[in-house]
Ligand binder design. Sequence first.
Ligand SMILES: NC(=O)c1ccc[n+]([C@@H]2O[C@H](COP(=O)([O-])OP(=O)(O)OC[C@H]3O[C@@H](n4cnc5c(N)ncnc54)[C@H](O)[C@@H]3O)[C@@H](O)[C@H]2O)c1
Length: 322
Amino acid sequence: MPLILMAKTILVTGGAGYIGSVAVKVLVEKGYNVVVIDNLSKGSKELVHKKAKFYEADLVDDVSLGKVFVENDINAVIHFASYKAVEESMKDAVKYSDNIKGTINLLNQMIKNDVKKIIFSSSAAVYGEPKKGIVDEKSPTKPINFYGFTKLDCENIIEWYHEIYNLGYVSLRYFNVAGDAGLNYVDPDAKNVLPIIMEVLFEKRDKLMVFGDDYPTRDGTCIRDYIDVNDLVDAHILALETDYNGVINLGTSNGVSVKELITLTEEVVGKKIPFIIGKKRPGDPPMLIASNKLAKKVLGWEPKRTVKEMIKTTYEAYKNKK
Ligand SMILES: NC(=O)c1ccc[n+]([C@@H]2O[C@H](COP(=O)([O-])OP(=O)(O)OC[C@H]3O[C@@H](n4cnc5c(N)ncnc54)[C@H](O)[C@@H]3O)[C@@H](O)[C@H]2O)c1
């Protein structure tokens, strides 16, 4: 009898969003069967690869979620779906509690349907205001906003499901995700600095507000670790196939300040970016950089794209969508 290898079926929650849609595209290109569930609160169906099976549903709706599991023979889950606006999370905890409720529903369906592996989108927000600028996975976790709390809570619940049911898991703590993967993603609700810079360049805003220039950093502005969305998604594919269970940082281990990001963008696009200096935001640490040694060791992963490439692809995406 010839051996017939069946392609694995991956459920991607939040697959109509910025990062999820890239993961869906890469998974389809690699030959996986892909099922997407997204409530379209922020994502858009046009971003979802045509070969993926799409369900418009909310993870807190257990009936709809159950149907997705019954109708598809799912082998593993990549769980991107989440609300993610930090400031909003401090005003609307009811909405953000869905991040936790949805994750619990998802895990329970996985157990019920004997699905053995989850890759979870966590965040550097679990570290809060770290004492050291470069954080590894053993650094203390102390979120300072409700969004970060929901991520840490989900991480902990997933770890318990691993203990109790032997569920395989990798929780990936992303730093600042940027760049485009050819899907021409334009953020419909820009909160991060690069999409905001793009809105200045494409005249949706007059100028960029830089929050503080007297931090103890090389030029006084905050330093962050920008990780390309293509590199980030590559790590998910590696995480799917690993036997490692635990949390892993995803960043480049290189820091770029806000002023450096402005200068780099000006060099890439050949235009000046008007900016003003505003007040510091509470809870913005001066420097937040990932140690990515663990990702390199257990996933064999290496970030490849530079910040200039992230700026270039983001700029192209905004230009193409204009
Ligand atoms: N973008 C970043 O820099 C960054 C950094 C750290 C962590 N993350 C995490 O990565 C994941 C993906 O982020 P993104 O930037 O692609 O965000 P996004 O908002 O573009 O995508 C999230 C998707 O989830 C969907 N969604 C939200 N709640 C849902 C629910 N209850 N049921 C079904 N669908 C739901 C939204 O419609 C959206 O399409 C999120 O979990 C986010 O917290 C992102």
